[in-house]
Write a protein that binds this ligand. Structure first.
Ligand SMILES: Nc1ncnc2c1ncn2[C@@H]1O[C@H](COP(=O)(O)OP(=O)(O)O)[C@@H](O)[C@H]1O
Ligand SMILES: [Mg+2]
Length: 263
């Protein structure tokens, strides 16, 4: 296993689009990197929004080359403009991988295999999942130990969550016994209305401590910063979005002891 045991592996997952997966994957990764931790972000979404956010556009050395092209995952690692944050970018061609991964033998375990071969260079691996429970997300569920589930704290936030939890349970039983949900993250909480905090309360009532203490407030700066190619911690270090994701990073870091390899 080598140093891999010390690397924490996280995926942001929710089959609902627009729930805050990419925003959380990128912002949490940047906030972790800010504390000196070395983070590798893997963009598993053919829409490539995390890639477009923090990396220069590229069609070479992408995740696809490693998933299906026989390249090593470490050869597809690109630096970003954020110190300590690297990325394996996606591309729209990954869409074709969805079908191929479902067809090839042991396709569900491809990403896990690639991650297992990574050099011991990062403290955190963060996988941004596509908005579907297809073969790509199945690869994420087979690869990581921890899931963070961003939930858009608007109407119907909980619809679909039960289905997602069932999918996670099935993946745990079938392919990855170490998989667990580390936190449900309430995103886009509009504190100015009663509705936002109400949704958070309902989440807490239903899922208890599984819901992260940190709540991500609605913040227009978070919606803006992808167009400027910077994570929120750099784009506007003092806005509420930066504060909320730093707070989430603190919660994540607080669990590092649980993940320390036994001496
Ligand atoms: N806390 C927030 N405040 C304002 N806008 C947000 C916030 N979180 C996400 N968004 C915006 O909502 C949209 C969906 O978020 P995104 O992270 O892309 O979701 P997903 O990856 O789950 O599809 C994006 O346009 C994003 O900029
Ligand atoms: Mg996304």
């Amino acid at each position: 296993m080598g140093g891999i045991a010390a690397m924490r592996t996280i995926a942001t997952v929710n089959h609902k689009g627009g729930s805050g997966k990419t925003t959380t994957a990128v912002s949490l990764s940047a906030a972790l990197a800010e504390t000196g931790r070395r983070v590798l972000l893997i963009d598993l979404d053919p829409q490539a929004s995390a890639s477009a956010w923090v990396a220069a556009p590229t069609e070479s050395r992408t995740l696809l080359d490693a998933l299906l092209g026989g390249a090593r995952l470490s050869d597809a690692v690109h630096h970003t403009g954020t110190l300590g944050l690297d990325i394996v970018p996606s591309s729209m061609w990954l869409l074709g991988a969805e079908r191929m991964l479902a067809e090839i033998h042991a396709g569900e375990g491809r990403l896990a295999q690639l991650i297992g071969d990574l050099p011991d260079r990062w403290d955190y691996l963060v996988v941004d999942c596509p908005p579907a429970l297809g073969a790509l997300t199945a690869n994420a569920l087979a690869s990581v130990e921890e899931l963070y589930i961003p939930v858009e704290a608007h109407v119907m936030a909980m619809a679909g969550l039960v289905q997602l939890l069932r999918g996670v349970e099935a993946a745990r039983e079938r392919v990855n016994p170490r998989l667990r949900i580390s936190g449900i993250v309430a995103c886009r909480v509009d504190a100015r209305t009663r509705h936002g905090p109400e949704v958070v309360e309902r989440l807490r009532g239903r899922f208890g401590d599984l819901v992260c203490s940190t709540v991500i407030r609605e913040n227009v700066r978070l919606a803006e910063c992808p167009s400027f190619g910077q994570p929120i911690t750099q784009y506007d270090a003092r806005c509420s979005g930066a504060a909320d994701y730093r707070s989430l990073a603190c919660e994540v870091i607080a669990q590092e002891v649980r993940h320390a390899p036994a001496a």
